[in-house]
Write a protein that binds this ligand. Structure first.
Ligand code: DC
Length: 229
């Protein structure tokens, strides 16, 4: 008989600026569960490839980089990402890195190379997994799948605010255009396109605060009998 209980997983997928990062972080904190920021893995892969002088168009080489990533995520108040011991937290958040991540994320070999690493985050007491294909590809048996959306204008506005607060200089007009292009690439790529799982619950957060979205998800978990602390 299998005695190990299945690790409860909540997946939060959606486009850039939908608020999934903020909501996933808040959920993980409230539940006392682990957090997987899968976008950061694609960003780290792109950065590691660039640092190694690998051409981002060379799928096999980028996949090799993804498979052998020396990356550490620290949880808690001071979330940090270390690449080969080097703190790359800030660099990962730049639009340039997001752009490069979107390119490598479209490569099937890269996605395959990162699959086990993502699944390894599913350890007790539970996991909140944030990304684009968490509910459709990586954790198809998740307890609860959420797909978060917001209007393109609102998403651009949120990203703008976030980046400016982090001291990253951007222009709202350029950002809107870049977000639209990235959405297009993420939604139309042949491998793991951004789309809600058939059994996902969809939340349009255009007129909702992150707290309201988090509370709605916690309510669904309570209804499912999961202790939400
Ligand atoms: O969420 P983010 O902006 O950090 O993601 C960076 C890029 O990685 C984005 O273009 C989409 C891609 N991505 C993906 O394809 N699959 C995921 N699970 C997470 C991110």
């Amino acid at each position: 008989m299998r005695s190990a209980a299945v690790v409860p997983i909540v997946t939060v997928d959606g486009p850039s600026g939908s608020g999934k990062g903020t909501v996933s972080r808040a959920l993980a904190k409230r539940l006392g569960w682990h957090l997987l920021d899968s976008g950061a893995l694609y960003r780290v892969t792109a950065l590691a490839a660039q640092r190694a002088g690998v051409d981002l168009g060379n799928e096999a080489e980028v996949a090799r980089v993804a498979a052998s990533l020396d990356v550490q995520f620290s949880e808690g108040e001071q979330e940090r990402v270390l690449l080969a011991g080097d703190d790359v937290t800030h660099e990962l958040r730049t639009e340039q890195c997001g752009e490069a991540a979107s390119k490598v994320a479209a490569m099937p070999a890269v996605r395959r190379a990162l699959l086990d690493r993502q699944r390894a985050f599913a350890v007790p007491p539970g996991l909140v997994a944030d990304g684009r294909d968490m509910g459709t590809g990586v954790f198809p048996d998740a307890l609860l799948k959420v797909f978060l959306t917001a209007s393109p204008e609102e998403r651009a506005r949120r990203r703008y605010k976030q980046l400016i607060e982090k001291g990253i200089d951007v222009n709202l007009h350029d950002l809107s255009r870049e977000i639209a292009q990235r959405d297009e690439r993420d939604a139309n790529r042949p491998v793991a396109p951004l789309a809600p799982a058939a059994d996902a619950r969809i939340i349009d957060s255009t007129r909702m605060s992150p707290e309201e979205v988090t509370e709605r998800i916690l309510q669904w978990l309570r209804e499912a009998g999961v202790m939400t602390g």
